[in-house]
Design a protein around this ligand. Structure first.
Ligand SMILES: NC(=O)c1ccc[n+]([C@@H]2O[C@H](COP(=O)([O-])OP(=O)(O)OC[C@H]3O[C@@H](n4cnc5c(N)ncnc54)[C@H](OP(=O)(O)O)[C@@H]3O)[C@@H](O)[C@H]2O)c1
Length: 319
């Protein structure tokens, strides 16, 4: 896959698992045939940080994107046009990882259309899910996912919320063996899902897990994240903004005095930087349908990470 070849050119830093995405990623080396009109370059303070996927040694940028809600828009609508610009900002900023699901109404169809129109599929680390109750439904869903995403493979196929795991996991393994997906994984988004997720991690040894982790829901640091480190499992973080609710909580409050020391100029950046500052975390996948917010999110993948004291201060503030 071209994107993986590009990842392999990334220069490793001395810190294990950390690297910087090459600025070439922003140079438009693959000219999008039907990209939206140019707009101001995304505000970026430096190269986007990347992380290593333990099961292969491949790397992926630490800031990705989710599609729940924000990509559930009508094709052919002003919202879709705005998403074209959002996705352009995303790829031009050096990001590659998108997470979606057949459960997010038409989000996978919207994402597939955006990737195809922009010529971005080859650059994209595409993650989707199996979310069905029996084998026949899973097979039909996977066929439909490929049609909607306009691709014959994905980079990561995850069992959504551990649903029908005893049926879904063997199917995911079979698809991995058939090279329909490079990686397989498990997801959850609630603290109540952490114990079964940990049990499944120990039993099944997935390549990836996806879990909720945020300043106001930091429990994964005591449950899923240490086990991922112990077993060498990559971690995607969902709900880093608590589905957007954290912005209502902070309102127009000032950032902590030390934010500038870590290159942070917005609450969005701070919430994302909190997530990727845990050493188990491979990437965070915030959702937004707005180009300005997308550019802001990418800045969280640059500059210093938060110290343990800074992370603890945020948890104490939002607990
Ligand atoms: N079980 C699972 O597997 C599971 C569960 C949950 C989530 N996920 C994945 O994780 C991704 C992220 O989780 P999430 O979408 O639930 O929640 P999230 O990323 O915590 O929050 C997304 C929400 O925040 C809003 N937002 C973003 N930036 C903002 C800003 N600067 N100011 C105000 N609002 C802002 C977005 O609205 P705008 O679009 O208007 O910016 C969107 O409504 C999902 O999209 C999905 O891919 C997976």
């Amino acid at each position: 896959m071209p994107s993986r070849r590009r990842f392999l050119r990334v220069t490793s830093l001395a810190t294990a698992g950390f690297a910087l995405a090459p600025l070439a990623a922003c140079s438009g080396e693959t000219a999008p045939p039907a990209a939206p009109a140019p707009s101001p370059a995304p505000a970026r303070a430096g190269a986007l940080m990347t992380r290593t996927i333990p099961s292969t040694g491949d790397t992926v940028p630490a800031i990705g994107a989710g599609t729940s809600g924000s990509y559930e828009v009508a094709l052919d609508s002003p919202d879709f046009t705005r998403l074209q610009e959002t996705v352009r900002v995303f790829f031009d900023g050096g990001a590659t990882l998108f997470d979606t699901s057949p459960n997010y109404t038409n989000a996978d169809e919207v994402l597939g259309a955006l990737l195809a129109a922009g010529g971005w599929r080859d650059r994209c680390f595409l993650a989707t899910k199996i979310a069905a109750d029996d084998r026949a439904a899973m097979e039909a869903q996977w066929a439909e996912s490929r049609r909607r995403l306009q691709t014959d493979h994905v980079e990561l196929l995850q069992v959504h919320n551990l649903r029908a795991l005893d049926i879904a996991w063997p199917y995911a393994q079979q698809l991995k063996e058939a090279r329909a997906t490079k990686y397989i994984g498990l997801t959850h988004y609630l603290e109540s899902g952490h114990a079964p997720l940990v049990a499944a991690m120990r039993a099944l040894r997935p390549d990836f897990v996806q879990v909720n982790y945020s300043v106001n829901a930091p429990q994964a640091a005591r449950t899923v994240l240490p086990v991922a480190q112990e077993l060498g499992i990559a971690v995607l973080v969902n709900r880093a903004f608590d589905d957007g609710k954290l912005f209502a909580r902070v309102g127009d409050a000032a950032l902590p005095g030390w934010a500038a020391d870590v290159g942070v100029t917005s609450w969005s950046q701070l919430f994302l930087k909190f997530a990727i500052s845990h050493p188990a975390v491979t990437a965070v996948i915030p959702a937004t349908g707005r180009p300005d917010r997308q550019a802001d999110q990418l800045r969280a993948g640059t500059g210093p990470l938060l110290s343990e004291a800074q992370q603890a201060e945020l948890v104490a503030r939002f607990a």
